[in-house]
Every structure is written in C-alpha cells, then in structure tokens.
Design a protein around this ligand. Structure first.
Ligand code: GDP
Ligand code: MG
Length: 661
C-alpha cells in the first residue's frame, strides 16, 4: 500500500481553492482567506482510506511558474477547480490547465485529475452538461464533482474522491474509451478465479464464493446477497451463471460492473489480496517474503501443511485420476504462473509413469527438490499458486521448515530432516547417470530413449528407512576434478562410482576420495557399476575392496541398471540410511540375502510384521472400539509382542555373529 497521498489544487484565481481547503479543515466557511493556504497534512486515522494525506494550495499571486511546475510533478492527484458561475474558469480547464499538467507529468504514468466545480450555492443549474464532454475527451480525468465551500456541500467527498483516485486508480484496470477492462486486469482476475476455483470445475460455487469473500473482505456474503449477485449476472450475461455458480465470464462481468459504477476499490481489494501491486504485477513482498532466514549448515524443507496444499493442487488438476499429470494437466496447473516453471529435464529428475508423465510422487519430489536447492524460487512458485491465501497463512514463508544445524544433528546423533543429499562422483562414462536414473525406476533400455539435452544432473525420490519415508536427492557432480566447488562437496553422503568393466575407472574414485573426503566425516560409499558386464582388474595399487577396508568404508556395492524390469532399489535405501545415521557404523552392507543381517532386515520388512504393525496402530487409534475389535486387537497385540521379542532376539544373535567374524 502507498505511504501517503499528495493532493494539489489548481485553477484560476478566485474560484475558491483556498476556501475549499479551509472549509474542509475548520468545517465552516471562512469569511476572509489568504491567497494561499499552508500545506496541511491530515493524519492517517482520520482519512477514509487510512493514509496520511497532504493537501497543497496554489496561488498565482504568490507562486512562480517554476514553483507550479514543481508542485504538479510532485502531486499524486490534481484537482482542477473552476467556479460554476464563471464561464471563463471552465474554458481554462481545457485551454490551459490540462495541457499544463500534461507538460509536467510523465506520459506513461499520468497523474489522475479531478474536475471540481465550486460555488454550487450560487447557481440553480448544474455545470455537468459542459463538463461531461470534457471528461470523455481526457482519460486522465478520473471523475468530476460539484461542491460549495460556502455551504460545505460535497467537501469531504471531494477529498475522498481525490484520495481514492490515487489509492484505487482506474487507469490500470479499465479503458474508458473501449468501456472494457484492460488485458492485464483480465489476466490477473482470471488467475484469481482459477486459484479460487478449488475443485477446478470452471465455476465458483457457493462455498468457493464464500471462501473468496472471506479472504478478500473478511466477511462471508449473506445468502440473499449471494443470490442477488448471481441474479445481476444472470440478467446481463449469457453463461455468466452455470449450475448455480459463477463462471469466469460472470466473474469478469461483475468486476467490470464494479469499475463502471465507480466501485473500483472493490476490484482493487481483490487484486491486492492476491498479491498484486499498482502495476498489476505480483508484489515482491508477496513472492519473496523477507521473514525467512536460512543459516549455513541448515537446509530447507516443506512442512506438512505445505505438502497438504500441494496435494490438493495436484488432485485439483489430475482430472482423470490416474495419479499422474498429462502434458495438458501440467499446463493447466501452471496456468496461474507467468511462465512454465518445469522444463523437460524435470521428467528425468523425478518418477514418471509409463507414458513419461510426472506421477504424484514425482510431483511432490520436484517440489521437495526446489525447496531444498532454491528456497526463494519455491516461495515464488507457492506465491503463484496462492499458497498463503488458500492455506490462510501469513506469507509463503509459512510453508518452509528450516532444519536444525547439521552440526547439532551430528552431536545429538539424530535428525528430524526428511531430505538427504547424496553427491555422486565418478569418471566420465563410469555410469553415474545410469545410477541416477535407476533410482527413478528406469532400466538401461528406458534410459536410452531420453535425449541428451533433456538429461538432468539431479534425481530425487523417496526411500523408506525403518518405516519412515525420506527423500534422497542424488546429484551427479561434473567429473572435471579441478572445478569442484563447496556445494559439490557439501552433502550427507558421497557415492564414488566406477565402471567395474573398465580398468582405468577406479583410479578417479580413489583420487577424489583422497583429495576431498578422506579427512571429512561425510560417509562414503563405493559403487561398482555395470556389474552385468565382465569385471576386470582395476589398474590401481589396491583393489577396490582393499581400498575400502583401508579407509573404513563399506565394501564396493555391485550395481547394474541393465535389468529386464526396474533396477533394484536396495542401494538407495542403504544410502539414505547411511545419510541419516552417519555416526552408526553399519557393519553389514551386503545385499547377499544370506547372512543374518539380511535375514533380519527381510524379516522386519516382511509383510507379516508390517500387517501386525498396521493392525496394532489402527486398533489403538480407532476411537470406537467395539467388543469384537477388542477381542481381535488383543489377539494382534499378543502376536505383535511375540514378533517384537523375536526381532530383539534376532538382533542379539546378529550382533554375536558379527562380532565373531
Ligand atoms: P482562490 O483564489 O481560488 O483561492 O479563491 P478564494 O478561496 O480566495 O475565494 C475567492 C472568493 O470566492 C472569496 O471571496 C470566497 O469567499 C468566495 N468563495 C469561495 N468559495 C465559495 C463558495 O463555495 N460559494 C460562494 N458563494 N463563494 C465562495
Ligand atoms: Mg487562494
């Protein structure tokens, strides 16, 4: 909102400018007036729009032309005063004052003008007949008003109109010549309509209209008022009302009507509530709230409330309910953006369905990625979607959780974070991209269908660690050794990928490790990629296994994405587990499926234990426990206690076995 409003009064001598100002201030007609009134400032709380207002007088007798020019260029609104009983003063409005004002103001940001016919007490007839043609000729004339300083008629109104002309200007909204709203205004209102249409059926039903009213005007519409509005629209536009709700056409008509009836403050209130500034651009404070501070070693994540909002946006646009966004659905979703934020690379960063469309899970992953890598951008995007308005939050920043300093996580040996970053290093051609794409469930055949320019250096999806869903963000680091930056090195876990079939491939991994990670606490994992090919001896002093043993790393993990179905995901769960528990020395990192650790892991993840757990939860959580439920829940309780005892025993056995190794 503006900080203040500066109103300037100009016009021929003796038309009553000074008297008007003094009548406003003292609420009585002054018998004697000076040539020029002192500049006065009306404090915000006594003005109708609650903005401090300066009123400036002009007197030809006391001021030079330069002073007048300077005042004109400083003014936010200019009242040209004439006396209704003085023909010459009316003529001068067009012959002198309007041209003078235009000379001294910017063509692009014309200052609004109000025509003021004073001394209405002296005549019977109105001057409107002469004035209306002038109004139609000059679009900068906002309105005209007849008043009398003598009997205090329309004085407050005059200054209210002046204030309103500045605070709620017609210019950006409406084109008086064409009697239509301007394209920018239509565009903004269309976006507002789409955001408010919560079920995306192209109609604002009563619930949506009430929500809209409450957010914009802090009060719901009475049901009769709602009907009245719809009836006005019904009478005036075909298709304005459909299924007893307001269509976009009807919504736009309603706003045109507000503006034409001089009620543009209504339209402005709506526009401002949805983040627009005076130029109908989304305000910087709306898109980029300053309240968010992210200290170093902290990361940014979306909180539960934000995920719920994003879920609802997805549901609203997944019209065929196939849990994926077709290109049209995606386009519709981003229709409220000024540009398309997701390029084709996003389809290779997150999970997609068989048609290559972003799935529900992929959609949430991409949001998680943006939040993690570029929180400002995430705030901007949430702003376009109207997050703070629909979720009734103070600002977009309410969507973000800034995680605790990683150093504290390490100290306390636990973390509340849900996104973990894994940076992937490896010589060119070692299979890094394949490793990224395999996380998205794509085997080599599928990967070969992707064009080079649509490839992504990121891949993000979820992994389950001890029953909790976490995001793992894989980032392929450019293989040129000398250009590694701090962000290339900062991560929760490092993956060193070598091509098991290429004898020169391992050396790169050994070098990266020794140069950058040997002395850090970041856990590292060696990946022997392309394990479907013939393994060859690596040309390096130590074998990869010896190297890992020496540096207390888990043994190299054989990996291939050249599979018939989707590649195996175990390795990603392991990486996430290591990233979450960097301090825990996980001794068994194999995927042999034979050792006790693997058996135990399989048992814990087995369906029996999972169903027992689920049953137990639902039995405890359900509020209305019936007798039968009670019986079955005691049964499940017993089963699960048994399972727990078994698991604990199993763990103890595993520990003993591992120690013996
Ligand atoms: P300015 O030169 O435009 O500032 O005009 P003034 O305020 O000095 O007023 C010029 C004369 O018009 C004074 O004698 C005022 O008393 C008189 N006057 C101002 N407003 C009114 C009005 O509304 N009605 C009548 N009848 N006289 C007015
Ligand atoms: Mg004067």
């Amino acid at each position: 909102m503006r900080k203040d409003v500066r109103i300037l009064l100009v016009g021929e001598p003796k038309v009553g400018k000074t008297s008007l100002i003094m009548s406003l201030v003292s609420e009585e007609f002054p018998q004697v007036v000076p040539y020029r009134a002192e500049e006065i400032t009306i404090p915000a709380d006594v003005t109708p729009e609650r903005v401090p207002t300066h009123i400036v007088d002009y007197s030809e007798a006391e001021q030079t032309d330069e002073q007048l020019s300077s005042e004109i260029s400083k003014a936010n609104v200019i009242c040209i005063v004439y006396a209704v009983n003085n023909k010459k003063s009316i003529e001068k409005v067009t012959s002198h004052w309007i041209p003078l004002i235009n000379e001294n103001t910017d063509k692009d940001s014309r200052v609004p003008v109000i025509l003021v016919g004073n001394k209405s007490d002296l005549v019977e007839h109105s001057s409107m007949e002469t004035i209306l043609p002038v109004m139609n000729q000059y679009t900068e004339i906002e309105t005209c008003v007849e008043c009398s300083a003598k009997n205090l008629k329309n004085i407050s109104e005059l200054f209210y109109y002046a204030q309103k002309a500045v605070l709620h200007p017609t210019g950006p909204l409406y084109c008086p010549e064409e009697k239509r709203m301007k394209p920018a205004c239509i565009k903004a209102l269309t976006r507002i309509f789409k955001i408010s249409d919560l079920d995306n059926d192209g109609i604002l039903n009563d619930n949506e209209l009430n929500f809209f009213q409450r957010t914009c005007f802090n009060a719901p519409l009475a049901s009769q008022a709602l009907e009245d509005v719809k009836n006005v629209v019904r009478k005036n536009v075909i298709d304005g009302v459909c299924d007893n709700g307001l269509t976009l056409k009807g919504f736009l008509f309603l706003h045109t009507l507000f503006i034409q009836r001089g009620r543009h403050e209504t339209t402005w209130t709506v526009l401002r509530r949805f983040g627009y500034d005076d130029d109908l651009e989304l305000h910087q404070d709306y898109l980029f709230p300053l309240t968010l501070k992210v200290p170093p070693d902290c990361t940014t994540e979306l909180n539960h409330n934000a995920y719920l909002f994003l879920q609802s946006v997805f549901d609203k646009h997944d019209k065929d309910r196939d849990c994926a966004l077709s290109p049209e659905e995606l386009k519709d979703l981003f229709d409220v953006f000024p540009y398309m934020p997701w390029g084709p690379d996003v389809n290779n960063t997150v999970c997609t369905n068989d048609e290559g469309w972003i799935t529900y899970q992929g959609y949430l992953s991409q949001w998680t990625l943006t939040t993690y890598l570029d929180v400002q951008r995430c705030l901007e995007y949430l702003g376009y979607l109207g997050y703070s308005i629909i979720s009734e939050q103070e600002s977009q920043a309410a969507a973000i959780t800034v995680t605790r300093d990683k150093k504290i996580d390490l100290q306390k040996k636990q973390t509340q974070r849900s996104v973990f970053r894994c940076n992937i290093f490896g010589d060119s051609g070692s299979g890094k991209s394949g490793f990224l794409q395999a996380f998205l469930g794509r085997n080599l055949t599928r990967q070969n269908t992707v064009s080079e320019e649509h490839m992504s250096y990121y891949a993000i999806s979820t992994a389950y660690v001890y029953g909790q869903e976490k995001y793992l963000l894989l980032h392929e680091v450019f293989s040129d050794f000398d250009v590694l930056s701090d962000t290339d090195l900062a991560c929760d876990i490092v993956c060193l990928v070598y091509d098991a079939s290429n004898p020169h491939s391992f050396e790169y991994c050994a070098r990266v490790f020794k140069q950058y990670f040997m002395d850090t606490k970041t856990p590292c994992m060696m990946i022997a990629a392309k394990s479907d090919l013939q393994e060859t001896k690596q040309l390096y002093a130590l074998t990869p296994l010896e190297f890992c043993r020496k540096h207390k790393m888990p043994p190299p993990q054989a990996f291939t994405c050249n599979t018939a179905d989707a590649p195996c995901k175990d390795i990603y769960t392991k990486l996430t587990t290591m990233a979450m528990h960097p301090h825990a020395r996980l001794r068994c990192m194999c995927t042999c499926n034979r050792c006790t650790f693997c058996h135990l892991q399989n048992f814990i993840n087995s369906e029996l234990v999972q169903t027992v757990k689920a049953k137990l939860y639902s039995a405890i959580l359900s509020r209305h426990v019936t007798q039968a439920d009670l019986k079955s829940s005691t049964f499940w309780l017993r089963v699960s206690v048994g399972a727990t005892v078994f698991a604990v025993l199993g763990f103890a056995m595993c520990r003993v076995l591992l120690k013996q190794r």
